[in-house]
Write a protein that binds this ligand. Sequence first.
Ligand code: KG4
Ligand code: ZN
Length: 305
Amino acid sequence: MLRILGIETSCDDTAVGLIEINDEIDELNNVKILSNVISSQNHLHSKYGGIVPEIAARSHLALLPKIVDDVLKKNNLKITDINLIGYTENPGLLSSLLIGINFGKALGFSNNIPTFGVNHIKAHLLVNFMNKKLEFPSFGLIISGGHTELWYLESIDKYQLLIKTADDAIGEFFDKVGRVMNLPFPGGPHIEKIASTTNEIIPMTLPKILSFSGLKTRFTKLVEEAVPINKICKTMEVISTELIIKNIKQFIKKDELLIVGGGVSANEYLRKELGKNFRVSFVSKDLCTDNGVMIAYTAFLEMLS
Ligand code: KG4
Ligand code: ZN
């Protein structure tokens, strides 16, 4: 039995995951999640209207040892029962990443446990294969607060970027307009909830390229013009989904697999529409947003490859 600890501190959430995998290395279908702890720092940053890197880093430092300790205790394990430690290496806020990297490496070094630095975007995508058969080539769509990108995945370590947003990420669009509407941070889940109260859509044309900054300005103006919030939220969901589908459709042929990851992939409307257009794979909602399980699982896959 392999036990893998995953540490994720790329942004403002402190996340630790613990998974257990059968010893038979080629058996990828038997991953058990022992713990998936996500400690949100939203309350610390909300009064500043965005993430303050120094606060995020200090909070990761204070929380990580305690969370890892709790995770081990809850599972009746000692640190020496862990076989591998994965930590997010990039991309992310440098000061936040450094805490997770140093903590993960030090924990491994002092207990003689191998460690592995994981790419956060890859982890959001590859977690789709947990308890499924790996399938390559496939396409990976990452839609989060920091990224909106389509990748061609040839294998675990061979990737090619096909298209990415020219400016803001889709999640940033939701969060920034959410702030103008006085919604709590992050705005995405609140916008989804409000959007579900109507089917009315404000007519508008799609941006010519994959870009969210013009939409951000357009929707900010609609809020200022006192257009009903539920119509605004519904239209945001619809237009951003249409924009994504239009821009990725050119790359993906019928029956090719599209794996989707990142916080915005929790959105039900987007899931439904992507499902109508592609053979698509999503993860459960607790694994869509930043988490340590995806880091642990990706560290495992990288060790195998
Ligand atoms: O992957 P993630 O947790 O962090 C980053 O790596 O950025 O994604 C966070 C983003 C936020 O922008 C948040 O508003 C968005 O995911 N999000 C959603 C939903 N849940 C989270 N957006 C739309 N609908 C949701 N249900
Ligand atoms: Zn993320």
